[in-house]
Design a protein around this ligand. Structure first.
Ligand SMILES: NC(=O)c1ccc[n+]([C@@H]2O[C@H](COP(=O)([O-])OP(=O)(O)OC[C@H]3O[C@@H](n4cnc5c(N)ncnc54)[C@H](OP(=O)(O)O)[C@@H]3O)[C@@H](O)[C@H]2O)c1
Length: 367
């Protein structure tokens, strides 16, 4: 590992891009070298380009406000030559994002992406660092396909499933789960919005988020999949059915989950599941990565805290990088039911991508 890595943020003026700035401006390993966005922003200082769209609680960091924004699509080769790798979170058509991310990779610039475009590309790892860190081992196969020495694309999963899949995956390692019914209650920042920019969401609930249910049903299979023959082969073991809601919450996605174990599995007790969550440590915790939460899964018991996890008390735990679970109890139709939540733009988006970059850096993929 080097002492310091220069990074670029592609989509720096967006909601996720702003989060990247707050997480990276004082990062121990990384220096923000490039900010890039659409041609509309290119050539402006960051503070002028982002203007009233700045939605973070803190001010724009001093060293960032006067940086001149580059053109994310027009300056690919130049940006690639200035940085060690880029984070990418842009609002463009899927095929355009796919092509853009591969252009950076082919310019020998690794891409850590928040976008969904490459989530189903078979040699692109889609990683929750605590759950499937071993999938980074697909990168040599991807580099071979792209014809690169350094460049590759790695992605994080959809934000909503990071609120519940970790809790299920930890149980699933020992007690295989067969099927689950999930309902997600998703914050408006997940759509890149605030209450100022989305007045319709004040005192409202919308029972539809385009494309989101499919992501919750399909992406877990890739995360739980195995590398075989230069591809990640999705698991076919766990069937999830999902209903999503947009709710009047600024940040934080919550999920209600009903799940049943495979036939023949000796059903663990509530206490045993809660202990598995409490004692779980993943590779990020073992490597002590800068953005790894000390305690990945926080547990609220039904007997002591039946009204938790709540958005306002749980979303900022461990810098917004922890998952919080509660209300685990027996179900009449399934084996168990529970509630789980995480911060959607921290753990679910920029923070999850920064943790993925840290894992890739610690494992030598950014050198
Ligand atoms: N918000 C979340 O919680 C969340 C969670 C997970 C994943 N994501 C994903 O992350 C991505 C960004 O989401 P967001 O919420 O941050 O979106 P956003 O707030 O709408 O920001 C979009 C960014 O993309 C840039 N952009 C738009 N058109 C472009 C073009 N033609 N060329 C280059 N850059 C362009 C914008 O630059 P200008 O300002 O110059 O227009 C802006 O920087 C999306 O793919 C989204 O699905 C979001």
């Amino acid at each position: 590992m080097k002492d310091n890595y220069k990074v670029g943020i592609i989509g720096a003026t967006g909601m996720v891009g702003q989060r990247f700035i707050t997480l990276l401006h004082d990062h121990p390993w990384y220096t923000i070298e490039v900010l890039a966005a659409s041609p509309r922003s290119a050539g402006k200082t960051y503070k002028d380009a982002v203007g009233a769209k700045w939605a973070m609680k803190e001010e724009i960091p001093a060293g960032v406000a006067d940086m001149v924004v580059m053109d994310a699509t027009g300056d690919v080769e130049k940006i690639a030559s200035m940085v060690d790798f880029v984070f990418c979170a842009v609002d463009m058509k899927k095929d355009e994002i796919k092509a853009l991310e591969e252009r950076y990779a082919k310019a020998e610039c690794p891409v850590v992406s928040n976008n969904s475009a490459h989530r189903h590309t078979l040699d692109v790892p889609m990683i929750i660092p605590e759950i499937n860190p071993q999938h980074i081992e697909i990168i040599p196969a991807q580099r071979k396909r792209l014809g690169t020495k350094r460049g590759f694309v790695a992605v994080k999963s959809n934000c909503s499933l990071q609120s519940y899949l970790p809790a299920m995956a930890v149980i699933n390692q020992k007690y295989p789960i067969d099927h689950a019914l999930v309902t997600t209650y998703q914050a408006i920042s997940g759509a890149g919005k605030t209450f100022e920019t989305w007045q319709e969401m004040v005192d409202n609930l919308i029972p539809y988020i385009g494309g989101e249910e499919m992501k919750s049903e399909v992406e877990p299979n890739k995360i739980l999949g195995k590398i075989e023959g230069g591809e990640i082969v999705p698991s076919t073991e766990l069937q999830i059915e999902c209903q999503t809601y947009r709710v009047p919450v600024s940040d934080g996605h919550t999920a209600a989950i009903f799940f049943s174990f495979k036939d023949g599995v000796n059903k663990p007790s509530v206490g045993e599941i809660e202990n598995m969550w409490r004692s779980f440590k993943g590779v990020p915790q073992e490597l002590n990565l800068p953005h790894a939460p000390k305690q990945f899964i926080h547990v609220y018991t039904e007997s002591e805290n039946p009204d938790q996890p709540q958005i306002k008390t749980a979303r900022e735990i461990d810098g917004g990088m922890a998952i919080s679970c509660g209300r685990l109890r027996e179900s009449t139709q399934y084996d168990y039911k529970m509630v789980s939540m995480s911060h959607n733009t921290l753990r679910g988006a920029a923070g999850g991508a920064v943790l993925l970059a840290e894992l890739l850096t610690a494992k030598g993929y950014m050198d």
